[in-house]
Structures are given as structure tokens and as C-alpha cells.
Design a protein around this ligand. Structure first.
Ligand SMILES: Nc1ncnc2c1ncn2[C@@H]1O[C@H](COP(=O)(O)OP(=O)(O)OP(=O)(O)O)[C@@H](O)[C@H]1O
Length: 332
């Protein structure tokens, strides 16, 4: 755990844990538009927090405020135990920020980018060289270290960006859409890097457009919509907020289908595909009772699939983004 003197919050297990980022009533408007309309946050240290929201929801604005790049119009926040407004320098010393617009300078080499950052962080020459070598190695960039960063692939640039962020050993890292534009392999590599950072005690605040990414990485997720946090919780808690879980049984024998359909009245029927949709939370207990019930009738389904609501369902239900190309018939 980071060692700074942070306030604490009570977690589920009753033990207080240090809070890395806290905010109360954070507001920001541009002209008439309230981009953030009273945001409260409490992010325990050593965890991953994901801020999700449709385009233009205010995610980057929140990151910019919490990383002292812009000032809020109202509310207050503490980052790494320091008040954002009163001690911006102390906040800056404790955090790293990797934005949508990378800090990487393409004209100089990866190594020179790192050394420049070490200079900005006031490390001695010797320490700067040592940290640079270690981080380049850790992020698999040693071979490319002497090449201009403009020749790097998207994934390499993103790794260099994070390596530069880590030069000052920040306790809290803000990652604004860290994997946007990366191919699946580079995205998975980035996820691994983020997990390793958290294992090392760092707190990660990330914004993402990818629900899968939040599901994969985040301990807690907040859904930003209309300037407010529409829902907050673990991925599982958010999924439980909305209905839609079901078990789908598909038959090839019409007689078996009719028999099953007349036995379960609450099931949704799809006569054309001979399939039934039974509302269910997908738990082992409920699956067993469905299987027992079919056994007792002596019928067998050709296919059984479980659909539990996913973060996409949560996102589309709780934000006003609509449901492009998606129906509740989608079965996972
Ligand atoms: N400097 C600015 N001046 C005026 N409006 C701004 C400014 N910065 C952001 N906005 C507006 O504030 C809103 C939120 O922008 P922000 O970049 O925080 O959203 P976002 O959730 O990060 O979006 P995206 O997912 O598209 O990156 C947008 O409507 C944007 O146009």
C-alpha cells in the first residue's frame, strides 16, 4: 500500500482502507453546459476504478480536474491525501497521468523521452539513467530504446507513455482511455501492465469506452451520464441492477418443445425456432431445477444457453445512448 497519509473509508470487510481519491460535489460547466453536475467519488488505494460514459459525458474533464490540469467550478476533492485546490503541487508529485494525447515526443528516441521525464521529475542524472533502463526493460522497449519514438507501433508508444508516467513512482495513475486504438494483443498486454501496477500497490483511475475493459480490470465502476454518476459498483453489482437474465432452451423435436412450453407458463415462447426463454439469474441452483424439471418430464433440449446481463446491458439501460444493433434476444 502507498504510505501517504490518506483519509480512510470503510470497506465491505469492515476494515478501513486508505482513500486514494475522494471528491464531493465536483462541478464543471462550459458556458451553459454543466459537464459535471455534482460528482462524488471515494476510491480506495490499491484498486482500479473505471469511469465509464458515452462520448462527451465528461470523463476526460473529471481526469483533468483530479490531475490539477484544470480547476473545478465547485465541490472539493482530495488526491493522495492532498487537497486539490490548496496543495496542487503535492497532488502533482503523487500522481501520473497518461492522456488521450500522449506525452511522447516522436522526434526523439524512447530513451531520450524517458530521460527528459526523469529530468522533469528532478531525478539525478545517475538515478534518471537507472530508472530509464529499468522501465524500458520492464515495458519491453530496450531494443527500440535508441530509435525515434515516431517509428514505434501504437502499442509501443502507449507502453512508452506509461513507462514515462512511472518515472516518478506515482502512487496514483490516471489513464485516460489507455487502450483506445490498440489491437487485441496490445490491449491484452496493456491490461497485464495495469494489473501489475495494481499488484505493486498503485491506484489506477481509468476512463474507457470499452465495457469489457472495465469488466476485466476494475474493482469499481462508475457510470457517468448527464453530468452525474448514474450508477456505481463492482461489475457484478451493476449487472444485478438490471433485469434480463434468462435461460434459453432450444428443441429440435416439436413435441418436446410443446410439452416444455405448456409446463412453464412464465417462459417466453419462440415457436419458429422452437425455443423457450425462462427468466433466471443463471445460478447453479436454478439451472439444476430446470434440468430436474426437464428430466421429470422426460424431455431433452438440444441446446441450453444462459444469458446474464452484461455491462453493455447496464450501459444501454442507464445511459441515454440507445441500443444500436442490440436486442434482448442476444444470448451469450
Ligand atoms: N475546453 C472546453 N471548452 C468547451 N467545452 C468543452 C471543453 N472541454 C470539454 N468540453 C465539452 O465538455 C463535454 C465533456 O467532454 P469530455 O472530453 O470530458 O468528455 P469525455 O467523456 O471524455 O468524452 P470522450 O469519450 O468523447 O473522450 C463535451 O461536450 C465537450 O465538448
Amino acid at each position: 500500500m502507498p504510505s501517504f497519509g490518506m483519509p480512510t473509508s470503510s470497506q465491505g470487510d469492515g476494515h478501513p482502507s486508505p482513500v486514494a481519491v475522494s471528491a464531493v460535489g465536483l462541478r464543471k460547466s462550459y458556458g451553459d453546459k454543466a459537464v459535471l453536475d455534482g460528482i462524488d467519488l471515494a476510491i480506495p488505494a490499491g484498486t482500479v476504478f473505471a469511469l465509464l460514459g458515452p462520448n462527451g459525458a465528461g470523463k476526460t474533464t473529471a481526469v483533468k480536474i483530479l490531475s490539477t490540469l484544470i480547476a473545478a467550478d465547485g465541490g472539493h476533492a482530495q488526491v493522495a491525501g492532498h487537497d486539490l485546490a490548496a496543495e496542487p503541487q503535492a497532488v502533482r508529485a503523487a500522481i501520473g497521468v497518461t492522456g488521450q494525447f500522449s506525452a511522447v515526443d516522436g522526434l526523439i528516441t524512447g530513451e531520450e523521452n524517458m530521460l527528459l521525464m526523469a529530468d522533469l521529475r528532478h531525478l539525478s542524472r545517475r538515478k534518471g539513467r537507472q530508472v530509464t533502463a529499468e522501465l524500458l526493460e520492464r515495458f519491453d522497449l530496450t531494443e527500440a530504446a535508441k530509435k525515434p519514438a515516431s517509428t514505434y507501433s501504437g502499442g509501443m508508444k502507449r507502453r512508452l507513455d506509461i513507462a514515462m508516467t512511472l518515472v516518478g513512482s506515482p502512487q496514483i495513475i490516471f489513464l485516460d482511455e489507455p487502450t483506445t486504438g490498440l489491437d487485441p494483443r496490445a490491449r491484452h498486454n496493456m491490461w497485464q501492465i495495469i494489473r501489475e501496477l495494481v499488484n505493486g500497490g498503485v491506484t489506477v483511475f481509468l476512463t474507457t469506452q470499452y465495457l469489457e475493459e472495465a469488466d476485466e480490470l476494475a474493482d469499481r465502476i462508475a457510470l457517468l451520464n448527464g453530468g452525474r454518476i448514474a450508477a456505481e459498483g463492482s461489475a457484478d453489482e451493476l449487472k444485478r441492477l438490471i433485469p434480463g437474465g434468462h435461460v434459453r432452451l432450444r428443441f429440435s423435436d416439436p413435441a418436446a418443445y410443446r410439452c416444455a412450453a405448456s409446463a412453464v407458463r412464465e417462459a417466453g415462447r419462440h415457436d419458429e425456432s422452437l425455443s423457450l426463454q425462462i427468466p433466471s439469474d443463471g445460478s447453479q441452483r436454478e439451472l439444476r431445477s430446470i434440468l430436474d424439471w426437464m428430466d421429470s418430464l422426460g424431455i431433452e433440449a438440444d441446446e441450453l444457453t444462459v444469458h446474464t446481463p452484461d455491462l453493455d446491458d447496464v450501459f444501454f439501460t442507464l445511459t441515454d445512448s440507445g441500443t444500436p444493433g442490440r436486442t434482448k434476444e442476444d444470448v451469450r
